[in-house]
Write a protein that binds this ligand. Structure first.
Ligand code: FES
Ligand code: FE2
Length: 398
């Protein structure tokens, strides 16, 4: 099929076609502004509802750019609430953290700070305070609970917003992109694999590397030889968010092992579907070569759905040139040994591809920091990167 070479810039002429500056990828000042004006103001995915199945279950997630960590805890009323993990007494962490994410739970749904034993309930209220009588009569227990954060759930994804003021409700924030990606059986495909690493690159270098398919012929020549097409289909820029379909080369270069895995299981990424579990707005023209839908939930989440699979990438800024990357991949629980093998095969392939993706990022950052180039040049199928650049500029009021 022949296609126009500049169809996305024709569809979205307001984004322009010129080069985009390197400075936002290397500047410490712009990074600081991004933290203040974007990451501390927007909704950020921090977990899944099913990570906290019972009242009293909690998850603590470090939020490096904000120098905090957030407790999500399910109360006896079934609601998940969010708080800064900072004790109201003298600031100790209420829950001891063991890494980027810490999980736990107590039937009582109470949290006790180990320093002096202040006890909080799942609504953040102080319910016990040793030697309470020694505190000043001016000290109001009721007004000194844990500091709450905005928290909401969409399609089972828990989001927080660190803005202490009024915020746009999550559903409204996600807007049309939320509708576009709703209705997929995320909660049925629960067998998950997670990888994460710290990369010495700007968060946008990481975002950009996953937001185009131009690189698949070169970077993924090893793991996905001739399998995906480099162009995008059905690009939709939806407010601050964006989505596209990534398609496959019919009868492409699947390896013999991948072919067998495909035959055994719906879980392999290189699998064409007989019936669809995709929401109606995804692959609306029922393209036979549809591979997966790639969506970007601004600012830092890439959420993908495919037949039998969903996966995501998330980029947590730590400095102008440091990012925590998380990759997660979900399929259904295998029912047979051959399904289990087929899933493992697909996942190993995916892991290899992600290693290929992340392998460019640190070198790109160093090269950009050299100052040799002031601009980068995007082709038409790198429209998601161009859109991302404009959305960041809008938030920074540049
Ligand atoms: S710092 Fe938490 S009880 Fe003292
Ligand atoms: Fe890739």
């Amino acid at each position: 099929m022949t296609q126009e070479n500049n169809r996305w810039s024709k569809k979205y002429p307001e984004l322009g076609e010129g080069p985009i500056p390197v400075e936002p990828y290397v500047s410490e000042e712009i990074y600081d502004q991004e933290v203040e004006k974007i990451f501390k103001k927007t909704w950020l995915k921090v977990g899944r509802d099913d990570e906290l199945p019972k009242p009293g279950d909690y998850k603590v997630k470090k939020i490096g750019f904000a120098k905090t960590s957030i407790i999500m805890i399910r109360g006896k009323d079934g609601r998940v609430r969010g708080f800064h993990n900072v004790c109201s007494h003298r600031g100790n962490k209420v829950i001891v953290e063991t890494g980027e994410e810490t999980f736990g739970g107590r039937k009582s749904a109470l949290m006790t700070c180990r320093f002096h034993g202040w006890v909080y309930d799942a609504e953040g209220q102080i319910v016990n305070l040793p030697e309470e009588e020694k505190f000043s009569p001016c000290f109001e227990k009721e007004e000194n609970g844990l500091t709450p954060v905005h928290i909401d759930v969409w399609e089972g994804f828990i989001f927080i917003n660190l803005d202490p003021g009024e915020v746009t409700p999550l559903k409204e924030y996600l807007g049309e992109l939320g509708d576009h990606m709703s209705g997929f059986p995320y909660d049925k495909l629960t067998k998950g694999y997670r990888y994460y690493t710290y990369l010495d690159c700007n968060w946008k270098v990481a975002h950009d590397a996953f937001a185009e398919a131009y690189h698949v012929e070169t970077i993924h020549a090893g793991s996905f030889p001739n399998i995906f097409s480099t162009g995008l289909q059905n690009v939709q820029l939806l407010g601050d968010h964006r989505a596209t379909a990534v398609c496959m080369n019919i009868d492409g270069g699947e390896t013999p092992v991948a072919k067998i895995a495909t035959a055994k299981s719906r879980s392999s990424l290189v699998k064409r579907a007989e019936s669809s579990m995709l929401p109606p707005g995804i692959n609306p023209d029922k393209r036979e070569d549809f591979g997966f839908e790639l969506s970007v939930i601004f600012p830092n989440l890439l959420l993908h759905v495919s037949e039998g699979i969903w996966f995501l990438h998330q980029f947590w800024p730590l400095a102008n040139n440091q990012t925590l990357w998380e990759g997660q991949y979900f399929v259904k629980e295998p029912e047979t040994n051959s399904e289990r093998w087929a899933q493992e095969s697909a996942i190993v392939l995916q892991r290899n591809a992600w290693l290929e993706d992340t392998a460019t990022m640190e070198a790109t950052q160093i090269a950009l920091e050299s100052g040799a180039k002031k601009f980068m040049h995007l082709q038409d199928d790198e429209i998601l990167i161009r859109h991302g650049f404009h959305v960041v500029e809008k938030y920074l009021e540049l």
